[in-house]
Design a protein around this ligand. Structure first.
Ligand code: FAD
Length: 477
């Protein structure tokens, strides 16, 4: 006899586990099936984000920044530390501890909310009356069969591989391998200067690797506002010391016994460079492997994403899909919000995820964050806008932190003053961007931010000053 549920969620990442908790809170008998196993072969909830993505990358960024600060910044505070050493094994142990703590936290929340926590690969098998049948298998053997009125597909994404170059996570690494290196490579190559490449490059550079980043696009961070992107390129190359090459045409990549050689063309010149490790971070592809999509006729688009409407409904009755496996930005918070929205829709509510105010963050040092339209987008759309910029250089708090690089740029409609986009590079802008997100969600004007009292001394005063500047009332500009 199959186990009966109202809702079965397939995938336990930030999309799936949040959807499952919300569905259970709303009174649905809910199960979440997740296939992820940690390197010890144990189930570990939280998906890519917690196990091999957002959280471990931030843990390593912090360790590497601390090491860098001891070596380069502490002396300025009058603190002398001699012979600082990096223990990579200890750093990885800390990172793994954070993952285990949070994965345990999700399992606890499942128990608390009475979500059935089922480990294995979930596959859609078809309909039994008005229920969906989902088979759960483990290492190829079917271990469970569930029936559910609603299915939420939240199977996430996998790293895209270079054609003909499979990752072995020994010499050629994907995100999982890049987060688990047991020693600092002397020469690290990275193909792809996206968020993951830049964050991983920053970690290993700060720990002592020579890092070369090879990017096919001629434009750096093409999705970001280009004034911010230019500033980021300058600091990441000059201060962090990443060797970023843009407009590269990758040729042959050959793996040897303990190194990888990458041939590429740059400005018409052919070069071959030898690396001890190579990270391939050229984007991610939706994951529908083993889901049974074809068997039940779940529509996928030409790039393999599950096709959904604005409310995450697929082409099949009562089958929903959220997160990285569907269109839209591949971000954990987008996945979670879609999960909440679907669960609430099942309960008859009318939730809405506003794609126009989803924040983007890159956790390099300095951090980069933005929400809304870039100047390039506004120009292309023919929107008349005004802008205000302010830098962290004279901000007292930033100077105290010793991180006074970067700026905030605010773009507002020339006619209505409504905020259209906010772009930041600087200390803790991952936190500062929330003010801009709230403002935009509430359809605020730049004058609203300019008239709100910001605490002194705080980094948020730079946002305040940028809003004043948009209104030509800058006090410190
Ligand atoms: P996932 O997190 O991928 O979870 C899907 C889960 O489903 C996995 O556990 C998978 O094993 C399981 N699964 C797949 N198929 C099945 C099946 N058939 N049956 C059962 N289980 C299945 N985003 C941010 O917002 N901020 C960041 O700072 C950030 N940093 C990142 C850093 C790195 C290195 C990487 C790789 C990604 C990062 N991301 C970040 C992106 C973020 O991880 C994803 O957007 C997010 O994890 C997507 O969530 P999801 O729930 O859709 O899928």
């Amino acid at each position: 006899m199959s186990q009966q549920f109202d809702v079965v969620v397939i995938g336990g990442g930030p999309g799936g586990y949040v959807a499952a908790i919300r569905a259970a809170q709303l009174g649905f008998a809910t199960a979440c099936i997740d296939a992820f196993k940690n390197p010890e072969g144990q189930p570990s909830l939280g998906g890519t984000c917690l196990n091999v993505g957002c959280i471990p990358s931030k843990a390593l960024l912090q360790s590497s920044e601390n090491f860098h600060a001891v070596q380069h910044d502490f002396a300025k505070h009058g603190i002398s530390v001699e012979g600082a050493q990096m223990d990579v094994a200890k750093m990885l142990e800390r990172k793994n501890g954070i993952i285990a703590k949070n994965a345990g936290g999700i399992a606890f929340l499942f128990k608390k909310n009475k979500v059935a926590n089922i480990h294995g690969l979930g596959a859609l098998k078809g309909r039994q009356g008005d229920k969906w049948v989902i088979e759960v298998s483990n290492d190829g053997a079917v271990v469970d069969t569930l029936e559910a009125t609603h299915v939420i597909v939240a199977t996430g994404s996998n790293p895209r591989q270079l054609p003909g170059l499979p990752t072995d996570n020994q010499l050629v690494l994907d995100n999982a391998g890049a987060l688990a290196l047991t020693a600092v490579p002397k020469r690290l190559g990275i193909i792809g200067a996206g968020v993951i490449g830049l964050e991983m490059g920053s970690v290993w550079k700060r720990l002592g690797a020579e890092v070369t980043v090879l990017e096919a696009m001629p434009t750096f961070l093409a999705a970001a506002d280009q004034q911010i992107a230019k500033e980021a390129f300058k600091t990441l190359t000059k201060d962090t010391g990443l060797d970023i090459k843009l407009g590269v045409k990758i040729g042959e990549v050959k793996t040897g016994a303990d190194s990888v050689s990458v041939s590429y063309e740059l400005n018409g010149e052919a070069t071959t460079t030898e690396f001890d490790k190579l990270i391939v971070s050229i984007g991610r592809i939706p994951n529908t492997q083993g889901l049974g999509a074809e068997a039940v006729g779940l529509a996928l688009d030409e790039r393999g994403f599950v096709v959904v409407d604005d409310h995450c409904r697929t082409n099949l009755p009562n089958v929903w899909a959220i997160g990285d496996v569907v269109r839209g930005p591949m971000l954990a918070h987008k996945a979670s919000e879609e999960g909440v929205a679907v669960a609430e829709r099942l309960a008859g509510q009318k939730p809405h995820v506003d794609f126009a105010t989803i924040p983007w963050v890159i956790y390099t040092s300095p951090e980069i964050a933005w929400v809304g339209k870039t100047e390039e987008q506004l120009k292309a759309e023919g929107v008349e806008y005004k802008k205000g910029t302010s830098s962290f250089a004279a901000n007292g708090r930033a100077l105290g932190l010793g991180q006074a690089q970067g700026m905030v740029k605010l773009l507002a409609c020339a006619k209505t003053d409504r905020i259209l986009g906010v772009h930041m590079i600087g200390p803790m802008v991952s936190e500062l961007i929330s003010e801009a997100v709230v403002a935009m969600e509430f359809k605020a004007s730049s004058e609203d931010i300019a008239r709100i009292v910001h605490a002194h001394p705080t980094l948020s005063e730079v946002t305040h000053e940028a809003a004043l500047a948009a209104d030509k009332r800058a006090l410190h500009g």
